[in-house]
Design a protein around this ligand. Structure first.
Ligand SMILES: Nc1ncnc2c1ncn2[C@@H]1O[C@H](COP(=O)(O)OP(=O)(O)OP(=O)(O)O)[C@@H](O)[C@H]1O
Length: 278
């Protein structure tokens, strides 16, 4: 099944992205009912189900700030979800949206080191395939953004279980971008599950697209007065996707079908209802 963000409707364009729940084949990663918020902030992800099969390719799309990077970090095991479960098979390679440029290794030693840690042979040819044009033996911090990105991509592509790439085409020239598409497809053909975000809309053979946040316009907006003192209780109510406070007023985005319960709770807590619209 496809992914869901903030209770919104995910869209699944077909392809070889993954077996749905109960589907055939071992998954590279599977998320069940995942929710994530940062501290006491609004839910960034809620009720997210996502499968990436071994050899599957899933592209996560959606507007800025809908939680794509958060979803990838949860899938890669770098961020613990507040709700739900994540099951992974095999090792994980991860390309962050911003690669740390100040590692003290040279590019060649960095890849050698990471391959040794993983217990796999180093694959410098991945860097070459991407058209690396920097000094392989100079400090990584001296590399241009695009060349550093190629090294970062190569380290992630060493994984044999799951490769998670956050905006991997960012900073690559057209030739390197085409080469990366080929490497991603080759990894899938080798049975590696690949999960990527991409705002460029690049066509990838066999990819399944999951759109996060696509159904946010379906929420019910509830505006409350006299609600500042009970903000945390209304924010934590089932069905509340987003809660924002402005003085004593509170604005909620609520899942369709849950607004009656949320309104009843708000009234019990002594709030007054300024408006409800869907
Ligand atoms: N470490 C963090 N602490 C607090 N809030 C965060 C953190 N990381 C992300 N957020 C918030 O979570 C929300 C989703 O961010 P995220 O980076 O996952 O979205 P995105 O879809 O990848 O955005 P973009 O397309 O702009 O990169 C944003 O409101 C962001 O401010």
């Amino acid at each position: 099944m496809s992914g869901w963000g903030r209770g919104s409707v995910g869209r699944d364009s077909g392809g070889r992205g993954g077996a749905g729940p109960g589907g055939a084949g071992a998954g590279a990663v599977r998320l069940d009912g995942v929710g994530k918020r940062y501290g006491r902030g609004p839910w960034v992800l809620r009720g997210v189900d996502l499968d990436v099969a071994a050899g599957g390719l899933v592209v996560v799309a959606g507007g800025n700030g809908v939680g794509k990077s958060t979803l990838l970090r949860v899938a890669a095991g770098l961020v613990r979800p507040d709700e739900g479960r994540v099951a992974r098979v095999g090792d994980v390679g991860y390309l962050p949206e911003r690669f740390p440029p100040d590692v003290r290794f040279s590019a060649r030693n960095y890849l050698r080191h990471l391959a040794a840690v993983r217990g796999v042979p180093g694959r410098w040819e991945l860097v070459e395939a991407l058209g690396f044009a920097g000094d392989p033996d100079g400090p990584m911090s001296a590399l241009s953004k695009g060349n550093a990105q190629k090294v970062a991509l190569a380290q992630a592509l060493h994984a044999r279980g799951l490769v998670v790439l956050d905006e991997p085409w960012s900073g690559l020239d057209a030739r390197a971008g085409a080469a990366l598409a080929g490497l991603v497809e080759a990894a899938c053909a080798d049975g590696v599950g690949v999960l990527v975000t991409d705002h460029t809309g690049r066509e990838l053979a066999g990819a399944r697209q999951v759109v996060l946040g696509g159904g946010r316009d379906r929420v019910v907006v509830v505006e409350l007065d006299r609600a500042g003192a009970v903000f945390e209780q209304v924010e934590a109510a089932d069905g509340v996707l987003v809660a924002e406070r402005g003085g004593d007023a509170v604005r909620l985005e609520v899942e369709p079908g849950r607004s009656d319960e949320v309104l009843a709770l708000a009234l019990r807590l002594g709030c007054s209802v300024r408006g409800v619209r869907s």
